[in-house]
Design a protein around this ligand. Structure first.
Ligand SMILES: Cc1cc2nc3c(=O)[nH]c(=O)nc-3n(C[C@H](O)[C@H](O)[C@H](O)COP(=O)(O)OP(=O)(O)OC[C@H]3O[C@@H](n4cnc5c(N)ncnc54)[C@H](O)[C@@H]3O)c2cc1C
Length: 512
């Protein structure tokens, strides 16, 4: 790019790229600086990590918000070549006792397999109601706060019902709605995608959103791997005249006259942005390390020093000779399989991780992308992806524990799918440390952009009153999942931040 860009985006994760695409479309010259030397995308990418021809997603793999995201709809990801695929079943929750509960986009199918017939009926009622109010709930949750207009469109009874769900614990909501062990493990299990246990305030809200969006857009995947989403966004940015530069780690933001003006790379190179700088970084990284702390209010510095992180993530990729032989036939047709035996099992898991111990019966999110998308593996072969939540660090370091813990995970899957182990051709283990070295935002393997506890949400994200993307320095915006609405691939943190920046600059976000 010749001359100074109008805007610099630090980091090419899905939020940084979405922000850059929106700014580029509005006519700004945008330069994206990405630390990773090999690829853009952050936690949204794919690699042949095990054997040739096996495509593994490095982080995010299933996209419940993909079709509902206003950002992706506005940027027309599908028009840029992303093709979404859905499995016949979105999520299966089997247990070693042979019981299973599933979520399908067809409520009648779910109702038949949701613990017992009464629970099936309760699910159908909930999912039918959700279908009517989803657009307004997402309008409230995804847009810059305070997004009150969508809430005002709800009837008082709907508002009351929604508030009752959001304010419950996952375990409490499950026990109120369902009576079978199988049905009760579903929503609290989904909340454990982040650091919310069954007895945590707000965990019902997270479990509800992940469970119920599975009934509308589903846990869809992009044909060819998560990298195709990243590639589509990069193509858009380049199409608008922008540039994504790899191997460019920003070590400092330079302020002049009370305004963010330029960045300095690890290499010492300085690059000026004439109008705005957007950071797709962690909030503590931005406010404590990249900026001179003297420019930030002392209260913000102290809050960032105490910033509560989410748990670590431990991930495994497998190349398989055959599909996973789940005992549950329904699990064989499911996009995602969740291993978590009961509410009690999930409570125990939560206590172990919070206590700093490796869980002995790890809760697992297991993705079988190649069942839906055969392009992920050579003919007849399969990929498998799974993660558990773990303490960010362990005594003696992860190197001492990683392979043994991966054996525990193999054994857990074997218990649900006898004959699984002989199908393994190769396994790749990714510890929390390895995740952080891939992407500096995943501190200690935290995939949630910091803790997702209730006091880190909405106007408290990342810290009050900076929940509207503008940072305490003019011309600087936070556009990562550390900002509202948080983790997940929906692009809305980037989209909202770029919209606010454009408004500040007096530039229309509409297509030029
Ligand atoms: C194992 C795992 C599984 C997940 N599964 C799912 C899933 O199935 N579905 C889902 O929706 N979400 C999932 N997520 C969460 C999702 O991936 C994240 O919420 C999302 O990627 C956040 O996007 P982001 O753009 O804010 O940040 P990131 O994706 O973390 O990208 C940040 C980028 O900024 C770069 N960067 C940071 N600091 C600097 C710097 N100083 N200079 C230059 N570049 C810098 C990083 O290298 C990185 O490329 C998962 C995450 C992980 C780790």
């Amino acid at each position: 790019m010749q001359g100074d860009p109008d805007a610099i985006v630090i980091g090419a994760g899905p939020n940084g790229l979405t922000a850059a695409a929106l700014l580029g479309r509005a006519g700004l010259r945008v330069l994206v600086l990405e630390a990773n030397r090999a690829r853009a995308g952050g936690a949204l990418g794919s690699e042949e990590a095990t054997l040739p021809g096996f495509v593994h997603d490095v982080g995010a793999a299933f996209f419940p918000f993909a079709k509902a995201s206003p950002a992706f709809a506005d940027l027309d990801l599908e028009g840029s070549g992303v093709r979404w695929l859905n499995a016949p079943i979105e999520s299966a929750h089997p247990a070693p006792d042979g019981s299973v509960a599933i979520i399908s986009r067809d409520h009648d199918v779910t109702a038949k397999h949701f613990g017992d017939p009464a629970d099936g009926d309760a699910w159908r009622r909930l999912a039918t109601w959700h279908g009517k109010v989803e657009a307004d709930i997402l309008g409230f949750l995804l847009r810059p706060l305070p997004a009150l207009r969508p809430l005002l469109r709800l009837f008082p009874l709907d508002l009351f019902r929604l508030a009752r769900i959001l304010l419950s614990t996952g375990g409490g909501l499950s026990e109120r709605l369902f009576r079978s062990v199988a049905a009760r493990r579903v929503l609290p299990g989904l909340a454990l995608h982040v650091d919310l246990g069954p007895d945590d305030t707000f965990s019902a809200g997270l479990g509800y959103m992940l469970g119920l969006t599975a009934t509308t857009g589903g846990y869809c995947i992009p044909e060819g791997g998560a990298q195709t989403i990243t590639d589509a966004l990069v193509r858009q940015i380049e199409g608008f005249g922008g540039e994504v530069r790899l191997g460019a780690r920003v070590s400092q933001i330079i302020a002049k006259d009370g305004r963010a003006q330029a960045v300095k790379l690890d290499s010492g190179e300085e690059l000026r942005a004439s109008r705005a700088i957007l950071a797709n970084t962690g909030a503590p990284k931005l406010l404590l390390d990249l900026l001179d702390r003297k420019l930030i209010p002392g209260r913000v510095v102290r809050a960032m020093q105490r910033f509560p992180r989410g748990w670590g993530t431990f991930k495994v990729d497998w190349a398989l000779d055959a599909p996973v032989p789940w005992s549950s036939e329904l699990a064989r047709r499911s996009a995602v399989v969740h291993a978590g035996d009961s509410l009690e099992d999930l409570r125990r898991f939560t206590a172990q991780v919070r206590g700093g111990d490796l869980p002995d019966n790890p809760y697992l999110v297991i993705g079988q992308q190649s069942v839906t998308d055969p392009s992920r593996a050579p003919t007849g072969k399969h990929t498998l992806w799974a993660y558990s939540r773990v303490p960010p660090s362990l005594e003696g370091g992860w190197a001492h524990h990683a392979e043994r813990f991966a054996d525990t995970i193999d054994a857990r899957i074997e218990g649900l799918a006898p004959g699984f182990r002989p199908t393994i051709l190769k396994r790749r283990v990714v510890s929390p440390e390895a995740l952080e070295s891939m992407d500096a935002n995943l501190v200690g393997g935290d995939l949630g952009g910091g803790s997702n506890a209730w006091h880190r949400q909405l106007i408290f994200r990342p810290i009050f009153p900076y929940f509207r993307y503008k940072m305490p320095l003019r011309g600087l915006y936070l556009c990562s999942s550390y900002a509202h609405p948080g983790a997940g691939v929906h692009g809305m943190c980037g989209y909202n931040a770029a919209s606010v920046a454009l408004r500040d600059l007096g530039v229309s976000p509409s297509k030029t």
